[in-house]
Design a protein around this ligand. Sequence first.
Ligand code: HEM
Length: 556
Amino acid sequence: MATPDDCSGWLLYLSLAAKCGVDQPHRLVGFLVVCAVACLVTCLLHWCVPGGPAWGRWWWTRRGKLLGSGGAVVPGPRGLPVFGSMWLMTGLAHRKLAAVARRLRATRLMAFSLGETRMIVAAHPDVAREILGSPAFADRPIKETAYGLLFHRAIGFAPHGAYWRALRRVASTHLFSPWQVAASAPQRAVIARQMVRAVASSGRGGDVVVVRQVLRRAALHNVMWSVFGRRYELEMDPARESIETRELRTLVDEGYDLLGKLNWSDHLPWLARFDLQGTRARCARLVPRVNRFVGGIIDEHRAKRDEDHPSAVADFTDVLLSLEGDDRLAESDMIAVLWEMVFRGTDTVAVLIEWVLARLVLHPQVQDRVHDELDRVVGPGRAVTESDASSLVYLHAVIKEVLRLHPPGPLLSWARLATSDVHVDGFLIPAGTTAMVNMWSITHDPEMWAEPNEFRPDRFIDSATADVNVMGSDLRLAPFGSGRRSCPGKSLAMATVAFWLATLLHKFDLQPASDPARAVDLSEVLRLSCEMAEPLAVTVKPRRSDYAGEIDTDGR
Ligand code: HEM
């Protein structure tokens, strides 16, 4: 959108044109040359300010006020004229940002430009707290894909205000409250047994198990059960998978890909009309399919409620349908909210469990200690239950250490947007700036963590960092964010991850695949979450002979 500054620039050029009388060819050429030089000079002036062109543009229009107030400029890379530092947000953005911040000694707070977007990134717990806890950063910047997929009407991207508050309240009460998390434990237990069966049959005879396929299906089924009341079999053979689950997986995969991509036209609005990356076209194709899929499930729920139990609430769709008065949602909003839950609940949980299993395969002595703890707390004679979780101290330390080394959202997934001018770490940050926290950088900072690159779960048992809480109160390790927009699903996520891991490890000993080409590779790829670039492949050894019988009898 054109700002008043842009308009005044163009008005100046036009009045100059009128004055020069550009109706004659040589005057027109002269005028165009003057304009080109003026553009070039403007670009260079914008670019020469720390942080690059988007910051320069703001600085030149506000410098009078800034100099008057003694305002310093946030340090940061200039990048390229016009484009700024777009390359920083491609590939492993968290690592690139950390490296540039170190080089420029801007590790607390760094400014940079993504085209016309002013960005800041914090990599110190105190500065992160200032951003995440501030009401001025309670909004999120909305990308074109989020709009295209209608996510601006769902919790994650809804502007801070009455609508967002109402959605969060409903979700916190009916999906994420401690009571609800406990009430859905039997559902997670059924899926855990299905996972054990799937892993056992995939790994029979020493075959390699690609755990990601099992984990993603399990997480998707879990969220579909809570949100839509849908129960699916964990079917690993694509030929035997139902049409509905196959369609669902394609929709989710396409949505991940769209939301996880850097869309250039979000930051260079003059590119938007060309849709060079095909994002808009893909969103336009995906949305009707999602509407059909989710809308169909909502219709079924409506019909069921009309028929027999108008007040029965079995899942989150029923909850949304039962809302009355101001809380009542339009059909399209309901689809957005439900669809977002499917998204958020699926990949994060599967990604985290895969990282934990990878670390356990690489560190057999740690896996042995987890096995010892499970044998002590649970014993061989019964299955793990969620109530065992509080006694599995070492397993929790392992999960925390993996959250530290491989946070699923190294840049806290979705950024924040300044809705008013605000001071951060002593710098004036203007309204409209996008703020990120580089949690990966904080969790790898030697000033915060001893030997930060080492995998040492014991740091959460017997050292100064033993009591670090991962739920958002301690910004040295806040993988779920912090403040009013922190992750509402964190307790559910931790309960699911701990229980499923405990169940798998109670049953199996995980070992590296015998083929060296499939050795554990800790390379990352940053999409919507930071995943293992090479899916983890393991061989599994049953820890007892009883598991097959147990699975066959009640592993529905
Ligand atoms: C390991 C699992 C998970 C991780 C690491 C994770 C991480 C995050 C992070 C970093 C944020 C942004 C926080 C901020 O801006 O301060 C977030 C937001 C969110 N998460 Fe999670 N999450 C996980 C699981 C879940 C689950 C299971 C659900 C729901 C089923 C969920 C739903 C959401 C929603 C709706 C938001 C947006 C909140 C808002 O903007 O108000 N997350 N999550």
